[in-house]
Design a protein around this ligand. Structure first.
Ligand code: ZN
Ligand code: ZN
Ligand code: FE
Length: 748
């Protein structure tokens, strides 16, 4: 006879879901069950971790309480269901092999930085892993970047080719060991190693040689977690210059890896939120205001992007005497995706690197470094990748699985399975062939990892008929929905906030998005909710834009369209404006009405103001002119803005031009522009709020990376209106796929 209890002995079956595979969860359960005097088993199941416990009912109660409250630091228990079960009479507690589930909706762990315990062993000369660059344990190390498929077991990772030695096997099988079931565990005897590859490389001691070379000003390609970096001494001006030349990267800031917090402190102003982000297991690049300039690292920018070492190898490099501030930039040709396969790296980087520091463990997929900053509303992510992907960024009440393919710039894709929105790593700009390949691989990857057949998918894409992502979406599945770009921006914030029914006022400001009317939108006010949809209720006064998207690269070209609407325009080719020839060429396009588009883009309005303030050349990276203008404004303390009534840019630009003609400081002009925009936006929003009483004001779109504008708006709304913006996904186009997924989840 099957029984659920005998005397005081009861049995329970527990199903746990969350980020629990690959973070030491099963070993934790094992130790916990033994502590509570229970027998039974634990195994990875398709939809989480399944546990069977039996024993004294007090023990079972204590066990259930501790499962959530004492879980390992990297684990995130989202759901815990338990029910009475039939006694199995198991003699002890065991970890048993994984169940092949029907669908693998388990949350997969992102890559984690090396933990303190592993670092201590690595630094202990007596430890058998002293100086070993691939040290890891159940609390730390690579996950997403080594997984070939689920469930997370060694044969399905890039460690499959290394057979564990007797010592590693013993640890792996010992439930009381920190490496119990640590899938990537390895040691110098049995595991992969690092090597230097270059002319005249010395045998062995690869890390020491690499550190020497960095000290001597060489540029090294270093294999990391999710791809190769190019590294050099950030305080060696010649090395930094050489890196820019070899990488064809003129001005875009380089990220830095800094030895320790004390060194970071000397380099930038670090608020507590920034420090927490820097030290978090995700180890993102954090943008912080510089205390001193490092020539060539971030030309014309007052911020530095800094990360702490996150792999054992990084720590070993610094300990071996590498310069304490390193440039650590994704190894690729300008704007192509990061190189992650060895052959590809050797081929692409041969001209750029003086030597290669190559690890043997393969990388299963590209994962760039993530980038974050501390905004007026707290930490926000600007590029969501290593350390975050593929964690879910939101929970959505989707019926079936949804795939959202994002936008063409800063592409990332989102897969919704059983209501969880898994956002991929940053993929890049799809116009580059390499990024397009990465896009296809990532879609393939997510679908196969989560066991979703393409035929079951609802596919969400942008309304832009010529977006590459749109064309790709047309190849996948048959149930498709198109989502307007700026509605997707607003929806991404609502998805993050779990606000499905709340009616909000959404303000989406960015560079480019295809509008309902085919115009280039980018300054839009919406009213509505995820459930009912969003109605456009206001927008920036429409301007003309000669050359369409090409104008985004040339501020004076964007300016020509906005300025054509103004009366009494001075000669902009004369001082102090000195617009180059391109301006006249753009004016001719306007006159002939050839390739002229209509636009409400705030990005182009920023470009116009930047051109009038002196940024008259072409940009060398996306958003450069607007970033330049924000930097100028940060050096001013005036508090009077230009008029911007009813989102009409004409009075704003007229005031700007008058000030500039009269020789006012450009720093003050730039700030008056920012303050004017914020005041005008806030007034327009208040007018809408009086009529409609929305639950919150939602701000999204790449323009909100601008901390002055966001800060002023937050202040303007004060405590009267809740202001929501993005935190878990970028407010730039990196967050579009989450917004598309949210809209698709509600569309019938
Ligand atoms: Zn560890
Ligand atoms: Zn070993
Ligand atoms: Fe956008």
């Amino acid at each position: 006879m099957l029984r659920e209890s005998e005397g005081d002995v009861t049995a329970r079956r527990v199903l746990v879901r969350g980020t629990i595979q690959g973070v030491g969860f099963r070993p934790f359960i094992y130790r916990l069950a033994r502590r509570c005097g229970l027998s039974g088993w634990v195994r990875n199941a398709g939809d989480g971790v399944e546990i069977h416990v039996e024993g004294a009912s007090t023990g079972v109660v204590a066990f259930l309480e501790a499962v959530a409250s004492e879980a390992p630091p990297a684990a995130d228990v989202a759901h815990l269901d338990s029910e009475a079960a039939v006694l199995e009479g198991t003699p002890s507690f065991q970890i048993i092999s994984s169940k092949r589930g029907s669908r693998l909706t388990v949350r997969l762990s992102p890559d984690l930085c090396v933990c303190d315990a592993c670092r201590a062993e690595m630094n202990d000369p007596a430890d058998r892993r002293a100086g070993y660059p691939y040290i890891n344990c159940t609390n730390c190390g690579p996950r997403y970047s080594i997984i070939r498929r689920l469930p997370y077991d060694r044969p399905f990772t890039t460690m499959a080719d290394w057979k564990m030695c007797a010592d590693c096997t013993r640890e792996y099988l010992d439930p009381l060991d920190r490496r119990f079931h640590a899938q990537p565990t390895a040691c110098p005897v049995c595991g992969p190693s690092y090597d230097i590859r270059s002319e005249g490389a010395r045998e062995g001691a690869a890390v020491v040689e690499a550190a020497d070379r960095l000290r001597n000003g060489e540029i090294l390609a270093v294999k990391g977690i999710g791809g190769y970096h190019l590294a050099c001494d950030a305080q060696n001006v010649e090395a930094v210059k050489a890196l820019r030349e070899r990488k064809f990267r003129k001005e875009k800031p380089f990220a830095l890896m800094v030895r320790d917090l004390a060194t970071v402190d000397g380099l930038v102003k670090m608020v507590p939120d920034a420090r927490r982000l820097l030290e978090s297991a995700a180890r993102p690049i954090v943008l912080m205001p510089a205390r001193r300039e490092l020539p060539g690292v971030a030309p014309g920018i007052d911020d530095l992007g800094i990360m702490l070492p996150y792999t054992p190898l990084h720590h070993l490099l610094f300990d071996a005497g590498a310069p304490s501030i390193l440039v650590m930039t994704s190894a690729n040709r300008s704007s192509e995706p990061i190189a992650y396969e060895d052959d590809e790296a050797f081929e692409q980087l041969a001209e750029m690197a003086d030597a290669f520091l190559v690890g043997e463990r393969p990388i299963a997929r590209r994962v760039d470094d993530s980038v974050a900053q501390i905004g007026p509303l707290g930490p926000t992510i600007l590029r969501r990748s290593r350390g975050y992907a593929p964690s879910p960024a939101a929970v959505l009440p989707a019926g079936g699985p949804v795939l959202a393919v994002g936008a063409d710039l800063k592409n990332a894709v989102t897969l919704v399975v059983d209501g969880e929105a898994f956002v991929s790593q940053h993929i890049g700009d799809l116009e580059h062939y390499g990024a397009l390949t990465a896009f296809q691989e990532t879609v393939e990857d997510l679908l196969s990892m989560y066991g979703v057949p393409a035929a079951d998918l609802r596919v969400a894409h942008d309304v832009h008929p010529q977006y590459i992502s749109t064309l790709e979406a047309l190849e996948i599945g048959s149930d498709r929905i198109s989502v307007q770009h700026h509605r997707a921006h607003v929806a991404s914030v609502l998805a993050e906030h779990g606000a499905f029914e709340e009616r909000v006022l959404g303000i989406a400001l960015d560079g480019t998005g295809y509008g309902d009317d085919g115009a280039v939108w980018g300054g839009e006010f919406f009213l509505g909710s995820l459930k009912e949809g969003f109605t456009r209720i206001a927008h920036l006064r429409e301007a003309r834009l000669p050359g369409g998207d090409a104008a985004a690269r040339h501020p004076v070209q964007a300016a020509s369209g906005f300025l054509a609407d103004l009366d009494n325009l001075p000669d902009l080719e004369a001082a102090p404006f000195e617009f180059p020839d391109r301006y006249r060429a753009a004016c001719e396009l306007l006159d002939k009405d050839v390739r002229v588009f209509r636009t409400t883009s705030f990005g182009r309005l920023f470009d116009t103001a930047a051109a009038l303030c002196g940024f008259t050349r072409s940009i060398t990276y996306e958003g450069q002119a607007a970033i330049w203008l924000e930097q100028l404004a940060r050096r001013s303390e005036i508090n009077e803005g230009y008029p911007f009534p009813e989102l009409d840019f004409r009075p704003l630009l007229e005031a700007l031009i008058t000030d500039r003609t009269h020789g006012r400081r450009v720093e003050d002009i730039a700030r008056a522009f920012h303050l004017g925009l914020a005041k005008g936006l806030a007034e327009r929003a208040e007018a809408a709020c009086e009529r409609e009483a929305p639950a919150a004001i939602v701000l999204s779109g790449g323009v909100f990376q601008n901390r002055i504008l966001l800060g002023e708006l937050v202040q303007a709304f004060g405590d009267v209106r809740p202001v929501w913006t993005n935190h878990a996904v970028p407010c730039n186009d990196g967050g579009i796929s989450l917004g598309q997924a949210a809209v698709a989840s509600f569309a019938s």
